[in-house]
Design a protein around this ligand. Structure first.
Ligand SMILES: [Fe+2]
Length: 511
């Protein structure tokens, strides 16, 4: 189908009315001096019968997008082949200035476990043709699911060579666990520089997302697989907790900053939520992976109480073990328990941000030094969750984690201070795509391994992602690590592989 025919067809089939009486802005297609598809396209929140497809019109990506203050109709289509001949759905959606001319289309009535291809079009411009895939039917008997999880892509610290390799994997989907952007201002001593100051306003966050999304390797990974995404702290402000900023901002200023950062996140993420410009944005949600797995995606930033004991690495003060402290907030915690209780899947995968296993950084007995930003600062929240998993015999719980820019494999214990205590779940912590793990910490972590026998693996100098294979018999994690983030042509290798067998929590090294 030619471009012009495509537009006419979409206008006819969607019954589009170009002028809309209840909106003051006119709707029309502007003259673009450059392609408006500079940020690529993406798909996400795949289900057995639907998937979100996304793009944002931004001919001048680093200057607020460069779009006129009008609503613009954007055509989309989805097909069963990469040449876009076997069309299964098409339509027109309005890109509005209120949402930075981003569009989210929930394409429905799709077949389960099926590869599709999609494309957007506006004026004389067509986007890249990208690939996506639906999940199997929730009750289907599934032999295998393959996905990768990744996190933490500090633009300044390195190139996205891990994304280049990620795009070449054979996967059903990608899970991204947060720190998609970093909010801070530029650093002259790094391989790439952020433009602009610390992000504070909607426009500044939009420009930062646009800078990151201009990377061809990141676009390639989005163009190949649907992504299931959650956020961590840097999408707003380092180590913020609910409405408490790390930076010196008053409550009202931070309330507005967080709201605008959340909006920018929505505008750049193929996520299925009904967006309202509001101070809160609920993004925790779950996905059924046939009868094989359930993927539960958490938000450990928006509802947590403040980091205890003054944050950072500290001995535990009373706040860290307080029963009133919360990491998930009571509503999300109850939701998580009900998701686990009613799950009939073999594998229950909890995708979340911060390390869940205890890690005592002080190797001496009777003393302790813990990272107060992790679950170690919210001891009761962790105890409640692991006790719930144990008491209710939740089937094969596996936690996948980001945030810490280093690779770990941990047995999650009912009582971390007693090595004989039951292992109730397994945690795989993925390193960063590019963000730094300060090398002076590597020796400190290694020295403390003796005080943390439930930690099975730690590697603190490499970057990449974790590839996971799920079958009825096992959950395998391959730590896929690149040789350097400073070399755009760096190679990738599987450094270690671990297996969790069905019915036996805890990881075995099978490298
Ligand atoms: Fe990070």
């Amino acid at each position: 189908m030619k471009r012009r025919d495509f537009l006419i067809t979409t206008l006819l089939t969607s019954g589009l009315i170009i002028t809309d009486p209840w909106k003051s802005q006119a709707a029309s297609i502007p003259e673009f001096s450059d392609s408006p598809f500079t940020l690529g396209v993406a798909s996400g929140d795949t289900q057995s019968d639907r998937v979100i497809i996304w793009t944002r019109l931004a001919p001048k990506p680093l200057e607020g997008g460069g779009m006129p203050n009008i609503r613009v109709p954007v055509g989309w289509k989805m097909a069963k082949d990469p040449k876009m001949t076997e069309i299964v759905g098409q339509g027109t959606v309005m890109a509005t200035p209120e949402l930075g001319h981003s569009v989210h289309v929930d394409v429905t009535q799709l077949e389960a476990n099926q590869v599709y291809w999609y494309q957007f079009q506006v004026g004389n411009y067509e986007s890249a043709i990208a690939r996506t895939k639906t999940l199997p039917n929730p009750n289907a008997s599934v032999d295998q699911i393959k996905f990768a999880f990744a996190s933490c892509q500090d633009w300044q610290n390195g190139y996205y060579v891990a994304h280049k390799h990620l795009a070449e994997e054979d996967l059903d989907f990608v899970v991204f666990l947060g720190d998609y952007i970093y909010e801070r201002s530029g650093n002259k001593n790094t391989v790439r520089q952020h433009q602009g100051d610390d992000c504070m306003t909607l426009e500044e966050y939009r420009n930062r997302y646009a800078e990151y999304k201009s990377d061809p390797n990141l676009q390639a990974a989005h163009h190949r697989f649907p992504w299931i995404m959650t956020w961590d702290d840097h999408e707003v402000d380092n180590n913020y907790a609910n409405l408490i900023p790390e930076d010196k901002q008053n409550l009202e200023d931070f309330r507005l900053r967080r709201k605008e950062a959340y909006q920018a996140y929505y505008e750049h993420t193929p996520i299925r939520i009904s967006f309202q410009a509001a101070e809160e944005m609920a993004i925790y949600r779950s996905f059924e992976l046939g009868n094989l797995g359930k993927l539960i995606v958490l938000d450990t930033r928006q509802y947590r109480s403040d980091q205890p004991c003054g944050d950072g690495g500290k001995p535990r003060c009373q706040e860290a073990t307080s029963k009133t402290a919360t990491l998930l907030g009571s509503q999300q915690e109850q939701w998580l328990q009900s998701q686990l209780s009613k799950s009939s899947a073999s594998w229950n995968i909890i995708a979340q941000q911060i390390m869940m296993a205890q890690y005592d950084l002080d190797p001496r007995p009777q003393t302790g030094l813990f990272n107060m930003d992790q679950w170690d600062g919210y001891v009761e929240s962790r105890r409640r969750l692991l006790k719930f998993v144990h008491d209710n015999q939740i089937s094969n719980p596996v936690v996948i984690t980001g945030d810490i820019h280093s690779s770990w494999v941990n047995d999650l214990k009912l009582d971390f201070d007693d090595p004989r205590s039951p292992t109730v779940a397994t945690e795989f912590v993925g390193t960063s795509i590019s963000s730094l793990f300060p090398q002076q910490y590597v020796a400190a972590v290694n020295l403390a391994r003796i005080a943390n026998p439930h930690v099975k693996f730690f590697e603190g100098s490499k970057h990449g992602y974790v590839r996971c294979t799920l079958t009825p018999d096992y959950f395998q994690s391959d730590y896929r690590l690149v040789s350097s983030v400073l070399d755009p042509k760096a190679s990738i290798d599987t450094l270690q592989s671990f297996l969790v067998k069905n019915g036996q929590p805890g990881a075995q090294n099978i490298t």
